[in-house]
Design a protein around this ligand. Sequence first.
Ligand code: BGC
Ligand code: BGC
Length: 806
Amino acid sequence: MRRFHRVLQAAALVSCASVALAQAPAPEPTPVHPELWPAAKSPGLVDAKTEARITAIMARMSLREKVGQMIQADTASIKPEDLEKYPLGSILAGGNSPPIDAPDRSPASAWVATARAFNAVAMEKRDGHEPIPIMFGIDAVHGNSNVVGATLFPHNIGLGAMHDPALMRKIGAATAAETAASGIDWAFGPTLAVPQDERWGRAYEGYSEDPAIVAAYAGPMVEGLQGKPGTQTTVQAGRVAASVKHFLGDGGTTGGIDQGDTQVDEETLIRIHDAGYPKAVDAGTMTVMASFSSWNGTKMHGNKALLTDVLKGRMGFDGFVVGDWNGHGQIPGCTNTDCPATFNAGLDMAMAPDSWKGLFESTLAAAQSGKIPMARIDDAVRRILRVKMKLGLFNPARPYENKPQEMGSPAHRAIARQAVRESLVLLKNEGVLPIKTSATVLVAGDAADDIGRQSGGWTLSWQGDGNTNADFPGATSIYAGIAEALKAGGGKAILSTGGSFTQKPDVAVVVFGEQPYAELRGDVRTLEFQPGDKKALALLKKLKAAGIPTVSVFLSGRPLWVNPELNQSDAFVAAWFPGSEGEGVADVLVGGKTDFHGTLSFSWPKTAAQFRLNKGMAGYDPLFPLGYGLTYAKGGHVGPLSEVAGIDASDTNSSVFIAKGIVAKPFKLETGAAVQRHLVDSADRQEGAIQLAFTGAGEASILGPNLSLEREANAEMNVEVTYRLDKAAKGPVTLALGSGPVRIDAALGTPGTWHKLRIPLKCFSSHGTYLGGISHPFKLSADAPFTITISDMQLATDPAGAVCPN
Ligand code: BGC
Ligand code: BGC
């Protein structure tokens, strides 16, 4: 225990240092004590015969070919013929990356053709080339969810509510069968995050805030995907490699910020965030994906103690560690195309989607110069070849490949439908459920007949947007499921998303919730559902006013503050993102033959400000605790709830950064060593301002929670800075919102007087900023001495004099 206190102190020191020295070198990694971590062991990945075969192959490989195995490229940025010159070991298809020579939203056949095209070049007999099969990975994270026609299972948050490890195994096996049938060898899942702050946009990719639930699922899901170790673990048997992710601490970042920093002591990291990993290793997971996030300021892609000493040492992991999407480039001192540090820390294969060529060349040079020791290269390549062999990739027979009957098969859909039934959580029921099969049911709400909405992110596109029902052959919407179920008793369903009717229905089922989202874009400021625009609430009120009992079916990737909507609902069902089998909802809501089964795997908040609400914490006071869920057999009464959201302006401010010289909450200003800052009373303006004096090349940044400013850009808003230029720079000055700096020195005007500079948000997009997910709001950079005094900086609509330099 005493040791943990020391670790805690060290962690505290480190995190203070990281605030003060944001632009300075990264802090020292927090010390790790591998002996404190639970031990594990990869079962049967290493055996003498396989290792001897690998030794023989490696003896024939050039260094160039070895380094190639360690690099993975994305299908959007590489062609099969590139492999002739660059002998890479792996390809992936990112969330928005189509198969080769085929459109987005393609069926399995196009993916099979892609796999074959890359393998044809990899397996060619050429001088100086050792044929080694390509390993092809994809985000099959709720079914093989990038491929048209696949069965889509509920997202992990819903699966967590089922508490059914045996069904997880079946879901894993069905996902593997549909992935292997698409010619793909490797699923980037399951996510073993233990999300602690539901503002995180990836909360739904985790099973639970409770480490015990994640631990109970890790093994069955890995065995479902891969097969039980030592049995049918090959693609020939319809299995694929798993990739448990994101190691480690992705669910613990401060503020719930994607790719952020998890500031906890070692004991907490082990107890909460590592819960699933030893189980996954024991179940034979072939790969582990490193996290974008940091632990106490150290990027996981560069954390040798955790990747090597803990994972490969203490946990006996004999597979390979794959990086995340250019995650290596975020290590201080690295770029996307150059990063020996990540391999030296223990990464075996870097995910270099569009940066693979540069990364290949620089890694080869680093291996030649000894910057990456040869033993490390050999270890990485051995691990990769081991996985390829154990997965059966060296065996050209692929009986599962291109089996169209596997995609969305009735057997797989039945498993998904069961998962939907089991994952629904009944939050409130004042006697309106179950619905009689003889009833006339109005099915309303903007998600009532929308399979894309019920499937969420990571569905045919990265963020899950742009889908229509036509993209989901064989799937069923929630409305269609209800209509079908009512046939049994002569009832009928009337679809009206806006809730209009001519004949008064017996009951209305209103399907609404969050829009699909994934990384970055999914991060929110508060847990209030539909802040500002209470569309669903208005619909519920309208129906209640007409005297119609209301059943809410709420689609969401996290518990949200919905007290006003709960008050207007006679029954309220948390349905998460259930996926392609909408009938599973009707199975429970209609007829009463099947009771509710699911209970909350995340605590449900009482206010919109209960961001970090986790069972066991001090002052735990949820609306519905972890494990809550009503059934028909055992009901419960939910009375009127408070409609006070409980948030203050700083929770939601995303438009005012500096006001009268004060940095507005929740933002903060960080300046590098070359920038001096002080608050000044600017007499000529009668108000405060902040002076930034750059003594040389330097940066001043406004930091805060992730922002999405797409809406503001569409509303033609500008970044508006009110300032006095005190000393003009003899060199470039740029202002950036995330990436994509805009050069502003020529627009700053004459020194000594106050000005307003207005730059359209759209100008930042045209310079390369992705406005949907800005992790570092503003960065002002100069190359040479320069002084500016800023009184205000905000987003505003006044267009007068707005400029977009160059
Ligand atoms: C995500 C991973 C994903 C990878 C490939 C990354 O941005 O963090 O979860 O597997 O992209 O799409
Ligand atoms: C890809 C995703 C990836 C993300 C990372 C997207 O363009 O499609 O797979 O996770 O970029 O930023």
